[in-house]
Structure formats: structure tokens, C-alpha cells
Design a protein around this ligand. Structure first.
Ligand code: ADP
Ligand code: MG
Length: 315
């Protein structure tokens, strides 16, 4: 599993090479999840913000070529064409979860967090998940995002079991199939808005003119075309979260996973981000799963389930 710092560095250099390393030092795991899809639940997560030593500028991103893992190039792989928005790829998007369990062994006891989660969603569907604090919402999301391994049960995303892949393949799979939005935007402070949206491409196909055009189009879609050259500190909290949504969608993922995405926002910005997630996911035929405590936000979703006692129940 891609959880240790050593593994993260190795994944990074395997799949990203110098392009990410030269602009961000030290790399932390949150950036990893965003750019490359690795563990975000480490103890260092809350304190270890990525520190950018130098702003690379967009021209430095454009190294050309691709550094995709070989998994991306397998004939017929859904990974192969997802970034280009191929219509056939977008049409067949699926998530199938069967009998998912997750136990954590602590010194005192084994905690049974998930006790049998079943879920089927297709492209264009959107689900809000609510539940008491500690009920396992984030755990579920991180397993669906192929960040944490389940204790038992299966997850299939576009008919691929990500836990059957090796670490490098799984990292590449996450990068291309899964977008994350967190409570904190986790934008890199010294990069511009446009560069922040392009960060996930550094771990995958690279940044070319088409990618930049797509990023600009997404930013225009969320009403930020006039902010592309701004730094995160120069825009509002709601605007930062809109940038985070664009970053999550830049690779046109199958799964858009949002963990308390409006937790730091006021009510009007919360509603706006909720609508934006729903609209952008629908436009790209993505499967949206949003964990939230905000019942008004949950009510905006066509499907709403509660996580209780380790299982999903209709809300
Ligand atoms: P939620 O997001 O619903 O608040 P979490 O998924 O974060 O809940 O956590 C569910 C339960 O799993 C909690 O009791 C939490 O303490 C426990 N837990 C989460 N991660 C770990 C871990 N790495 N080791 C042990 N227990 C954990
Ligand atoms: Mg949580």
C-alpha cells in the first residue's frame, strides 16, 4: 500500500520524475493525494503543508512527453483515454462495492468501522453520505479512492479492482480515475490558480497546450477566468474551493470524492460549492460521492445515504 514516505518518494520518482520534485520540496502526502493519489491520512497530514521553494511558472511545467505508468497504456484500459474525455470511456463509468469491511486494530481492541458496505453507482449519479462523527465516512471515502485497503470486500471502478494493482499502477489509476476535494483546499501557495489546477497532470500525461486550455475552460466554467494568474492568498475561501474542484476534475475522473468540502465555508458559499460539484460532475458524467455534516447540502443531492453501524442506509 502506498502509505509510507519512502513509498511515496519512490512512486513519485517513478511516475512523476523531476517535474514535481523540482517545484515542490518537501512533497507531502496531501499533495501526493492530489497530484498522484497516495495516503492523506498520515499523522503529518494536518501539519505538513507542502512548501514550494520556487514558483516554477507554467513554462516550466511544459516539459512535453508523458511519464504515464505502463498500466495507463494497456490496450482497452479505461485509463488510456479518460483524460481526453473519450465519449465511450465517459459512458461506461461504474463503481461497484461489495461487502466492504474495514477493521482497525488498536492496542485496546479491534475497531470494526465498516461492516459490510454495498454500493453501485454509474456515471452521472451523485450521492451524499452523512453520519455521526467517527462512523467511518472518511474511511469509506479513502477506500473508494483506493488510498486505504479494505479488510475484506471488493471495490471495482470502471471494472478494475484497484487493490489488485501494484503500487505504481494503483497510483497511476488513482491519478486518472479519481478526483479528491477536501475540507481544506490544499492549494499550493506559490503557484497560480492555473498552475494549481494543472498539478495532477504532472503525475500523469504532462501539461501541453490542450491541457492548459482545458484548465482555463474549467476555471471559466466556475467563474474564475479573471483569477487564473492570482495566487491562492489573493482569492477568497469560496474561490479557493472552486479552484480545488477544478483541480479534482482536470483529469476527467470517473469518481469525484469530496470529504466535507464545505466545512470551512459560510452557508452561501457552501450552497454554491454543492451546486458546482453536482453540475461539474454531471457535465463530465462522473460519479460524485460527497461526505458532509451539512444536511442542507445533502438534501441537494439526488441520493442520500447515512452511514450507521458500519453500513449504508437510505436517509
Ligand atoms: P468519520 O469520517 O465518520 O468521522 P473516520 O472514518 O475518520 O470517521 O473514522 C472512523 C473510526 O475509525 C473512528 O473511530 C476512528 O477513530 C477510527 N480510525 C480511523 N483511522 C484509524 C486508524 N488509522 N487506526 C485506528 N483507528 C482509526
Ligand atoms: Mg471524516
Amino acid at each position: 500500500m502506498c502509505c509510507t514516505t519512502a513509498t511515496w518518494w519512490s512512486c513519485t520518482f517513478d511516475a512523476v520524475g523531476e517535474r514535481l520534485a523540482f517545484c515542490v520540496e518537501p512533497l507531502n502526502r496531501t499533495l501526493g493525494a492530489i497530484a498522484h493519489g497516495t495516503n492523506v491520512r498520515s499523522p503529518t497530514d494536518d501539519t505538513g503543508r507542502a512548501t514550494v521553494q520556487q514558483a516554477p511558472g507554467l513554462s516550466n511545467f511544459k516539459k512535453g512527453g508523458t511519464m504515464q505508468d505502463q498500466a495507463d497504456d494497456r490496450p482497452g484500459s479505461a485509463v488510456q483515454s479518460s483524460a481526453s474525455g473519450d465519449a465511450a470511456t465517459l459512458a461506461g463509468r461504474t463503481l461497484q462495492v461489495r461487502g466492504l469491511t474495514k477493521d482497525y486494530a488498536t492496542a485496546a481492541e479491534v475497531v470494526h468501522v465498516l461492516r459490510g458496505v454495498d454500493l453501485t453507482l454509474n456515471g452521472g449519479e451523485a450521492l451524499a453520505v452523512t453520519g455521526p462523527s467517527g462512523s467511518g465516512k472518511s474511511t469509506l471515502l479513502y477506500i473508494l479512492g483506493a488510498i486505504e485497503e479494505p479488510t475484506s470486500g471488493t471495490v471495482r471502478i470502471d471494472d478494475v479492482d484497484p487493490f489488485s494493482l501494484n503500487e505504481a499502477e494503483r497510483a497511476a489509476f488513482r491519478n486518472r480515475h479519481i478526483g479528491f476535494v477536501f475540507q481544506d483546499h490544499h492549494l499550493l501557495p506559490q503557484l497560480t490558480v492555473l498552475e494549481n489546477v494543472l498539478v495532477p497532470l504532472l503525475a500523469g500525461p504532462g501539461v501541453d497546450e490542450a491541457a492548459e486550455a482545458r484548465a482555463r475552460q474549467l476555471l471559466k466554467r466556475v467563474g474564475l477566468e479573471h483569477r487564473v494568474e492570482h495566487r491562492p492568498a489573493e482569492i477568497s475561501g469560496g474561490e479557493r474551493q472552486r479552484v480545488a474542484v477544478c483541480r479534482a476534475m482536470i483529469n476527467q475522473p470517473t469518481l469525484l470524492l469530496a470529504d466535507e468540502p464545505t466545512g470551512n465555508l459560510d452557508p452561501s458559499n457552501s450552497a454554491a460549492i454543492g451546486d458546482l460539484l453536482l453540475e461539474v460532475a454531471a457535465e463530465q458524467s462522473a460519479i460524485l460521492i460527497c461526505v458532509t455534516h451539512n444536511m442542507e447540502l445533502a438534501a441537494r443531492f439526488p441520493q442520500h445515504k447515512q452511514l450507521r453501524e458500519g453500513r449504508l442506509h437510505d436517509a
